[in-house]
Structure formats: C-alpha cells, structure tokens
Design a binder for this molecule. Structure first.
Ligand SMILES: Cc1ncc(COP(=O)(O)O)c(C=O)c1O
Length: 454
C-alpha cells in the first residue's frame, strides 16, 4: 500500500538523519503530486506518523520531525559493560508503555486541574487510592494522613529540620545509609549519630544506649532491603526498635522505599506496630516503577500535618498533577499490582544468582551482605585493599561498581566497601561480573604482596 510506503520512507529518512529534528516534511500537496497519489493518502500517512510520535503538526504550517527518543538517538548496539552501579529499575521491565497510556488519560482527566495550582499534600483522589494501596503493605492510615511528595527523598529532606514534640534536634542513622539522606543531614547541619549496620543487622543494645543518652529527635531507618547492605530487619527486630522508640520518646522514619518487592506477606512494616504517629512511614515509586515520575508518599502523625504541609508548600507548592493523575489511574486499574508480581520474581531471581556467584567466586577474606531480593548489597574488601583502587581497576574491564564511602557520615568514613545494584545487570551476566570483581580482588592483593616482598 502506498501509504505504508510513505511511512516507511519517512521513518528511514529520520533514522538516517536525512530528516533532522525540527525539520519540515514535504507539504501534503507537493508529495501527492510527486507520487501521483491522492492528498488523502499522504495525509493518512502523516497522521499515522504523528500517532507514533515521530512527527507533529502545526496548524496552517505543516508537519515537523520530533526529536528521536533516546534509544533511536544512541542506537541499541550491544554493550559490554556490566553495570552494578546504576540504581534505577531494570529497563527491560519498566512499565513505560502502560504508564504512557495512563499519562495520556491523565491529561484528559485532569485538564482543568493543570490550569490552576493544586493541593499541596496531593490530589485527594490519589491520596485515597494510595491509602487503599498501602493496606496491602499492612499500613492502615486514612488519606488525610498521607502526603504525596516529589519523590520520597523530598519527605526525608523536609522531615530532617521540622520540630518534633520531644523538643530534640539530633538524628540517628544506620551506618552506612542512603547517600541522599547523608547529604541532606550535612546540608541542614543537624547533629547526627550513627549506628553500625551490617549484613547481620544492628546492635539493639547500642541503639537503646543512643536513644537513652543522646539528644535524639528521630531515628531514620531503612527497614527492608536496606541501602546499601540489602539487610531487612526481622519482625522481632522491628518490634523491638518501635518499643525502644516509645520507651525513650524517639520518633522513627521508616523508609520502606522498596517494600513492594517483599514477597513474604508475613513481614510487617514498623508502622504496623505503632500506627498512631510514632512511626512516620515513607514510600517511593522510583525503584519499582519509574524514578523520573518523582512521586513518593509519607504517612504523617497528626501533629506534623500542618508543619509538613507548610514546608512542602515552601519547597514546591505541590507535586506535578500530571504524574499524580497517571499514578492514580495506574494503581486504580490494577496495573501496579500486576507489575509488582513480575518485579518480585525478577529481583528474587537476580538476588539468588548474585548470592550464588559471590559464594562461588569471592575469596574467603571478602564479605558479602546480599539479601534475597531488592537491588542492593555490599562487598567488604579484605585489608589493605581500598574500594577506590578496585573500582579504578575494574573500569577498563567493563565492570562498574559503586564506592559506599558517600554512604557514611564523615566520622564513620571507610574505603573498603563496594555497593552493588543488580537492577540493571542482565541475569546472564551477573556471574561474569562477580567473577571479574573476585579476580580484581585477588590480583590487587597479590600485586601488593609482591611489592612488599621485593
Ligand atoms: C533508601 C532510599 N530511600 C529513598 C530514596 C529516594 O527515592 P525517591 O526516588 O522516591 O526520592 C532512595 C533512592 O535511591 C533510597 O535508596
């Protein structure tokens, strides 16, 4: 059919760069004359290209080429890099197309709302939907206690400096911890106390001593799939932490950023043990969906609703209506629930492969913290090997890993911990990546030994 040939021809010209972004397509009249076909045939082809978002039309002017999406711009050539550094979700399972439909629908549904400023704590209909969704995670709270935020990071950042009824200022954090929290604490200059967390958890007696003896307003804790260790607290540990917080009048921020990935329905969030306000629960949609939508939520105690709303208002007035609307549609239609099932099994498989590979290849002098799901885990390097040395060594070998140094408070800093994220590593390449890391450890330790003996 002639009209499909026109489409193919224009697509090819765009791909080969003969038609550039912003460039104008031949007018409908000139192309129909040239091909000796009807104007309707050309029009139909142009409209089809517009539906594919390859061109756009300007009234009384013509059709123009849209800038190509990333994969068409950069090509999809094979990539030899094994990337344990990137911490976004697995690109192969991102619900991109489905979310695109929800965005299109949200533009229609929320057209009016986009012409005005919206509610600071989020679209009421989304908050209702989120309250329903949270019940699956054992978090029971009315929509009125929920705040929609521009990524859960925004909630963390705002909570750091808000006043709490205990009148204290200090914040306690696991060491290491989520690096953007470390940065937020540094920027806001609040007094900070660290407590060590490893692949075996933390010392709860030490936590109690900190709560009892120091000026601690709140304890920020990543209760499941901890960043960077991957550790998840047991229910008994979570219950004990909540008891200690109540006993010593400390508040908790429970960062459950990847809680959706937990396939063990018996695992409770800390919030479930004290839902009345001692535990502030935060959740992200970045790791399990799309980081670019910048949406998260916080479940707040009543006493914080006013101050939090004022802080959020001062920060960005409200989160974008378009992505809020799309998320609401995505949740309401069961797309999120179906997507999460796929994600759980994918990340569980990846975590198992990673565990197996570490067991098989890492030298006994290295330690590995990996959990059964989530993205993150750490490799502790044998002394005197430094993470920065190994990272540089691995780059030309096409393996990327992160240095966990930035996940420590300055007084806790250490340079012998690697953070690995499996989210963007293909399953088939996990073992190869760990093998190269293990080789690097042996090689660098060996060469150091040789240097010492010469
Ligand atoms: C533990 C943890 N909490 C919160 C966040 C922030 O997530 P969001 O993208 O929702 O702001 C991250 C991001 O990496 C994280 O690792």
């Amino acid at each position: 059919m002639l009209y499909t040939r026109i489409i193919q021809d224009i697509e090819e010209q765009i791909d080969k760069g003969r038609l550039k972004p912003g460039g104008r397509l031949p007018s409908i009249r000139s192309l129909s004359d040239q091909l000796a076909c009807s104007r309707n045939t050309v029009l139909k082809a142009y409209e089809e290209l517009e539906k594919k978002h390859l061109v756009y039309s300007v009234a009384k002017s013509g059709y123009y080429v849209v800038e190509a999406p990333m994969e068409r711009r950069t090509g999809t050539g094979t990539n030899d890099v094994i990337d344990f550094l990137s911490a976004g979700p697995d690109k192969a399972v991102i619900p991109y197309r489905e979310f695109q439909h929800c965005l299109n629908q949200a533009i229609e549904t929320y057209r009016e709302d986009m012409f005005t400023y919206s509610d600071t704590l989020g679209l009421p209909s989304l908050r209702t939907e989120l309250a329903r969704h949270l019940r699956d995670l054992q978090v029971f709270a009315p929509p009125s206690r929920l705040a929609v935020v521009s990524g859960s990071q925004q909630a963390l950042h705002l909570l750091v400096s808000l006043p709490f009824p205990n009148g204290r200022r200090g914040i306690c954090v696991e060491q290491p911890t989520h690096p953007a929290m470390v940065e937020s604490l540094r920027q806001q200059g609040v007094p900070v106390h660290g407590i060590e967390i490893t692949g075996a958890g933390l010392d709860l007696d030490r936590l109690e001593r900190l709560f009892r003896d120091e000026d601690i307003k709140l304890f920020y804790t990543v209760s499941r799939f901890h960043n960077p260790t991957g550790y998840s607290y047991t229910n008994a540990e979570k219950r004990r932490i909540v008891e200690l917080a109540e006993k010593h009048d400390v508040y908790l921020i429970e960062d459950d950023y990847m809680g959706d990935l937990d396939s063990d329905a018996k695992q409770d969030p800390m919030f479930a043990y004290e839902p009345s306000g001692r535990v502030i629960y935060t959740k992200s949609f970045s790791k399990v969906m799309l980081p670019g939508i910048r949406l998260g939520l916080a479940v707040l105690p009543d006493f914080l609703l006013g101050p939090f709303e004022a802080a959020k208002f001062a920060s960005d007035l409200h989160s974008p209506v378009l992505t809020q609307g799309a998320l609401e549609i995505y949740l309401r239609n069961g797309l999120f629930a179906a997507h999460i099932q796929r994600m759980r099994s994918l990340y569980r498989r990846k975590a198992l492969l990673l565990q197996e590979a570490c067991r098989k290849h890492l030298p006994a002098s290295a330690s590995f913290s990996g959990a059964l799901s989530g993205f993150y885990s750490t490799i502790g390097l044998p002394s005197p090997l430094q993470a920065s040395q190994l990272i540089e060594y691995l780059k030309p070998k096409n393996v990327l890993v992160d240095n966990a140094r930035k996940m420590f408070l300055p007084e806790w800093a250490r340079d012998n911990l690697l953070r690995l994220s499996v989210s963007q590593v293909e399953e088939a390449r996990i073992e190869e990546g760990i093998h190269r890391i293990a080789e690097g450890i042996r090689e660098l330790l060996g060469s150091r030994t040789r240097v010492r003996f010469i």
